[in-house]
Design a protein around this ligand. Structure first.
Ligand code: NAD
Length: 337
């Protein structure tokens, strides 16, 4: 299946096809210099497969984990591009999860004011979320995604067969982002995950539904001035947990906890059951003060208020502007339960 992200001159195809990793030339322009950026947790067979389909490739491998999403590594990518005489018409391929695509995409966005960029997402999280929509960034001074850009890839190739090598914890953290999309925007997606008796059999449908919903939101609001903020559901508190947990929790696990702070009591019980079903965490150990401190330094905080996405009823959402003290109260209320 090919989905088209319609963004005027920045439009691109999202290919969703099992086995597509082995036939990249069908979809990508590889007759040029290619910088493949990946991390050391990506199975070697995927890296070899990509390299074998390029004529002139350079490989750059970073240590796995979100700490690699740094300005230092951003600079390493730029140095590699310069040292190997890459031009604007050459291409960077991000092969891996959201860490790799955020980092490589940010470098591609700024090298010579922007060069071609493809994403081959290999985690469930990056297949349902991080690979589409063009948000690229690195972490800075302990804050998530503080330095970044909106920069759309030229193409995204999703091979669901790569999920076979993900361990259960990584699979489930990716599911958290799909649960987020369902909780905020689609009761039917939520119910598919809630009622699933074999999640691996349902995953193709879950990925496609999540992508279609995200695509329609990004098409209406590419630069996140209103509607797209609903996709930050769970992220306001989630990013603070992620920063404070220093790599112990995965991104999707932090989003999982973060969602439970901003939901009505009735819907919270239902959401919590689904998160527990997929072994996702539902509470953090940080004091509300600590969380607020990180949140108010977060780029999403404007003056004394924070815009959050709130769920009253599964499948529907509302953007709310809360004062910092109102947000703190909500955090404290959930922590008391
Ligand atoms: N740009 C966006 O719109 C967006 C959206 C959501 C999340 N993110 C970012 O994405 C990052 C999280 O992404 P992630 O959850 O994919 O984590 P990740 O990229 O850190 O990958 C997690 C782990 O999975 C391993 N891995 C990747 N593919 C594998 C495979 N097929 N088989 C076995 N192991 C594999 C990696 O080596 C790594 O150790 C965070 O930095 C988050 O901020 C960005």
């Amino acid at each position: 299946m090919i989905l088209k992200m319609e963004l005027g001159p920045s439009s691109y195809d999202i290919v969703v096809e099992r086995g597509s990793l082995g036939k990249l030339k069908t979809y990508l322009e590889l007759q040029r210099k290619v910088l493949v950026v990946t991390d050391d947790g990506i199975p070697e067979k995927y890296v070899k497969s990509v390299l074998s389909q390029c004529n002139d490739a350079v490989l750059l491998t970073f240590p796995h984990g979100d700490k690699s999403k740094s300005l230092t590594n951003y600079e390493k990518i730029l140095s590699t591009l310069v040292d190997n005489s890459f031009s604007r018409s050459d291409v960077v391929i991000a092969l891996g999860g959201g860490m790799v695509s955020d980092l490589a995409g940010f470098a591609a966005s700024s090298y010579m004011r922007g060069m071609d960029f493809y994403i081959i997402p290999t985690t469930l999280l990056s297949q349902v979320d991080a690979s589409i929509g063009g948000k690229v960034a690195v972490n800075f001074k302990g804050y998530k995604n503080l330095v970044g850009a909106f920069y759309q890839p030229k193409k995204v190739v999703i091979d669901l067969d790569t999920l076979k090598t993900l361990d259960e914890r990584l699979f489930n953290e990716g599911l958290a982002e799909a649960i987020k999309v369902g909780t905020t925007n689609s009761l039917s997606l939520f119910e598919l995950i809630e009622k699933s008796e074999n999640i691996h059999e349902d995953i193709d449908k879950i990925v496609t539904m999540s992508l279609m919903i995200k695509k329609s939101i990004v098409e209406k609001d590419e630069k996140e001035s209103w509607l797209r903020q609903t996709l930050n559901y769970g992220h306001t508190v989630g990013h603070a947990i992620e920063s404070l947990s220093e790599g112990k929790l995965y991104h999707g696990e932090c989003v999982s906890i973060g969602m439970l702070y901003l939901i009505s009591d009735d819907s919270r019980d239902r959401l919590k059951k689904v998160l527990v079903k997929y072994n996702l965490p539902t509470i953090d150990q940080f004091a509300s003060e600590e969380l607020i401190q990180v949140i108010t330094h977060d780029k999403k905080a404007k003056d004394e208020t924070v815009t959050v996405c709130y769920v009253e009823e599964i499948g529907k959402n509302k953007l709310k502007r809360l004062s910092v003290s109102e947000l703190k109260k909500l955090i404290e209320e959930y922590k008391k339960i």
